[in-house]
Design a protein around this ligand. Structure first.
Ligand code: GLA
Length: 380
């Protein structure tokens, strides 16, 4: 059964009437450019064919009633007039925070009945929460015919995370979920939110493996990494690391804390790699993509220190098969979750066999493999 059919059925069961709309927002995979977005840098993600689907109907009052199929079929009900954080029902805070952000621009919206289903693995670095936020915004935007564009929606989703949920994430996840283009990767300049796209060649698979080591960004060291980057920017008296060059950083290596130096070096070099990878994709230059992704992983492992031994192991296993014929690296916030590989179709079977044959044997955990295509964003 498709997600759409499932969500419609569940809605009819829960609310005894058909839904008015069904909306979908994709998760994402970041091909390269991690921990750069909140430094006003460059990222190169693609939306994927996994996401959150919502069935929705309007209400005459201010109540919001949500049934979350993938969160143990839990239900929550709250009023738009009284939105408060609830430690007990974590998933519902994404709905609340998103609607609070939406109401800053559209204070007069009414409530809704919603059923949510999703197939983005949670806590895996594939943006299940951003796809949830963007799907909610799309649902309310359709329901109340709001003139909401994708960039504004992305900013609202980010606001929900920053101000309500408590994760100081950047803009990448929400923006690509809203504005992704089918079969394309997007180089996003997080400084002014301008973007440029490149076709992902037909014979390349977005091959994603979940290490199944879970760790939520909110509890992780994500916010600490962000503060460390801000400290270095402050040292240079600029607002973000986007405005610091590698030469400038190298010239003060003796003066700043070695740990902060490494953090900043990752961000600055990662920006160049993201930009270079867009060109390499356009030119179908697999060797260049391969090198950039390899360097990105090493930098996230050694300088930014956000990988795990399981993620490093997966990258090594896959790199051993691909060589310069494909690229592989960790993806997302890190501290567990997924790796991404760009794999030529003819090599997919070999990569799969290598992962299935080695990962569990070495780390005692079963991997989950997702073969993805680049999907269309919810507001595109
Ligand atoms: C998480 C955040 C993003 C980004 C990545 C790391 O996915 O939500 O904003 O910072 O981590 O690149």
């Amino acid at each position: 059964m498709t997600q759409k059919a499932l969500v419609k059925d569940l809605f009819a069961q829960q609310f005894n009437s058909p839904a008015e709309f069904v909306c979908h927002a994709p998760g994402r995979v970041n091909i390269i450019g991690d921990h750069t977005d909140y430094n006003n840098g460059f990222v190169l993600p693609a939306a994927i064919n996994y996401g959150t689907t919502i069935a929705v109907s309007a209400r005459q009052d201010k109540e919001v009633e949500v049934y979350a199929y993938d969160c143990d079929s839990q239900k929550d009900i709250f009023s738009l007039n009284n939105i408060v954080f609830d430690k007990q029902v974590m998933w519902s805070n994404y709905v609340k925070g998103t609607l609070q952000a939406l109401m800053r621009k559209y204070p007069d919206i009414n409530g809704a009945n919603l059923v949510v289903v999703g197939n983005v693995p949670q806590g895996a670095g594939l943006s299940s929460s951003a796809s949830f936020e963007i799907a909610i915004l799309k649902a309310f935007s359709q329901l109340y015919q709001l003139d909401l564009d994708g960039i504004s929606a992305a900013l609202m989703g980010q606001q929900a995370e920053n101000d309500f949920v408590g994760c100081n994430c950047g803009i990448m996840d929400q923006l690509i979920s809203a504005m992704g283009l089918q079969n394309h990767a997007m180089l996003l300049d997080c400084k002014d939110l301008s973007f440029e796209e490149a076709l992902i060649p037909d014979d390349l698979t977005l091959f994603i493996v979940n290490s199944n080591v879970k760790r939520g960004l909110v509890d992780s060291e994500y916010n600490l990494r962000r503060r460390q980057c801000e400290q270095v920017a402050k040292y240079f008296d600029v607002s973000t690391l986007r405005d610091v060059s590698l030469e400038q950083l190298n010239s003060v290596q003796e003066q700043i804390d070695p740990l902060l130096f490494k953090r900043a070096r990752h961000v600055i070099t990662e920006n160049s790699r993201a930009v270079a990878t867009l060109d390499a994709l356009k030119n179908n230059d697999m060797a260049a993509i391969s090198i950039a992704m390899k360097e990105s992983h090493a930098s996230l492992r050694d300088d930014f220190e956000v990988t795990t031994k399981e993620m490093d192991g997966l990258v090594e296993i896959i790199d051993g098969v691909l060589g310069v014929n494909g690229g592989v690296r960790m993806t997302g916030g890190g501290f567990g979750g997924c790796i991404v590989a760009l794999v030529p179709s003819a090599m997919v079977i070999h990569v799969k066999n290598a992962v299935n044959g080695n990962y569990e044997r070495l780390f005692g955990i079963k991997p989950s493999i997702y073969q993805c295509t680049a999907a269309q964003g919810a507001f595109r």
